[in-house]
Design a protein. Structure first.
Length: 371
């Protein structure tokens, strides 16, 4: 590659993973004593619906500081002091973040969080392209031509940060390995009950598990997670059946008065797969975040993983472009695979610790995958 050549990097997706890659790469480029190439970064945003009700644990703090938005998050999002759970026994357990050296967690206003990520990336050699959904990829000798509805671009390097759809990787023939998936059925309650603790609440039941958390602006999210077959057989995607199941819970029914959930409440359905691409790197491309690997929501690690691996991916990209370090991409792939294997072990241990319902289909299905 010629010295001082213009290099175009395309990042497909403007969520935490894609923004973290851009942050890390540009910060390393800024600090480099010798810049071998001229760089332009194009971030393409498909404007998909943003997930609601996500939280980050204390472990995300380092990554937030690394990309320079920690103070924004601390000042504008709702703090989370820990969790309460009924899991493995009928006794409520507590996990207090006060004892964590990294600090506390946060319940995110996800739309605001994404805006903050993008706002911190105002650089002269970076451009956002909203409403650009990838439709076609054509490999060329100098990179990849990316086609969108009304335009196309040639990129020397591509970062697939498009979420679970992996819109770039899928179009160049990379397979996704799906090991498991749970379905989340959530509602957003506009006016949270008074004196609601700023904690996360989790409760295991025979057919799945419940999740409850406050959101900014006095809202809360209440979600039931289970298998598709169980949901279909019991009609849990109907609000009346969903509410009836809630009434049988131990912890959740105490926290949420049933009369504030109307028959017209809209259920938001989300899929949370445990999956990974067969490869997360290739010739001048890599995948990051949920595009590379996706985790069950029980791990509470989605955004943290996207930020941490995005920082690693940005480092690998810089090493390849500026230092011609071919090993950097291979090391990044090893990291993603290693993280996924650790996640599988953690996931198995979490589900296996619920022994009260071990013979029930939902729980026995979770025991089939162990790494």
């Amino acid at each position: 590659m010629l010295k001082n050549q213009l290099i175009t990097i395309a990042i497909i997706g403007s969520g935490p993973a894609g923004c973290a890659v851009a942050h890390r790469f540009l910060n390393m480029l800024k600090k480099a004593s010798l810049k071998k190439h001229r760089i332009e970064i194009k971030i393409f945003d498909a404007n998909r619906q943003i997930a609601t009700g996500e939280s980050i644990p204390p472990a995300a703090s380092h990554a937030l500081h690394e990309i320079g938005i920690a103070q924004n998050v601390f000042e504008t999002h709702l703090s989370c002091s820990g969790s309460q759970s009924i899991w493995g026994s009928n006794t409520t357990g507590y996990n207090d973040f006060f004892h964590f050296p990294e600090g506390q967690g946060y319940h995110l206003d996800r739309a605001l969080f994404n805006q903050q990520l993008k706002a911190s990336l105002k650089r002269k050699n970076l451009t956002f392209y909203p409403n650009h959904q990838l439709s076609k990829v054509v490999p060329e000798s100098t990179g990849y031509r990316l086609y969108f509805k009304e335009s196309h671009f040639l990129a020397d390097y591509v970062i697939d940060a498009s979420g679970y759809s992996a819109s770039f990787s899928r179009r160049i023939g990379v397979a996704r390995n799906i090991l498991d998936q749970v379905i989340s059925l959530a509602i957003i309650i506009k006016n949270a009950p008074k004196n609601m603790a700023q904690q996360t609440f989790v409760e295991a039941v025979e057919t799945g598990w419940w999740y409850l958390a406050l959101l900014p602006n006095n809202q809360l999210i209440l979600s039931f997670c289970s298998d598709y077959e169980i949901i279909k057989a019991n009609g849990y995607d109907d609000i009346k059946q969903w509410r009836s199941l809630l009434s049988q819970s131990q912890l959740m029914a105490k926290k949420i008065p049933l009369d504030i959930i109307s028959d017209n409440e809209k259920i938001i359905k989300r899929v949370a797969p445990s999956s990974i691409l067969s490869q997360v790197i290739g010739q001048n491309w890599l995948a990051v975040g949920d595009a590379a690997s996706s985790y069950d929501s029980i791990s509470a690690a989605g955004i943290t993983k996207a930020l941490q691996q995005g920082i690693k991916a940005g480092t690998a990209l810089f090493e390849l472009i500026e230092n011609n370090n071919q090993q950097a991409f291979a090391d990044y792939q090893d990291l993603v695979f290693s993280d996924f294997n650790r996640y599988l072990k953690l996931r198995y241990d979490i589900y296996k610790s619920e022994t009260r319902f071990s013979q029930a289909p939902f729980w026995s299905n979770r025991f089939k995958i162990k790494k």
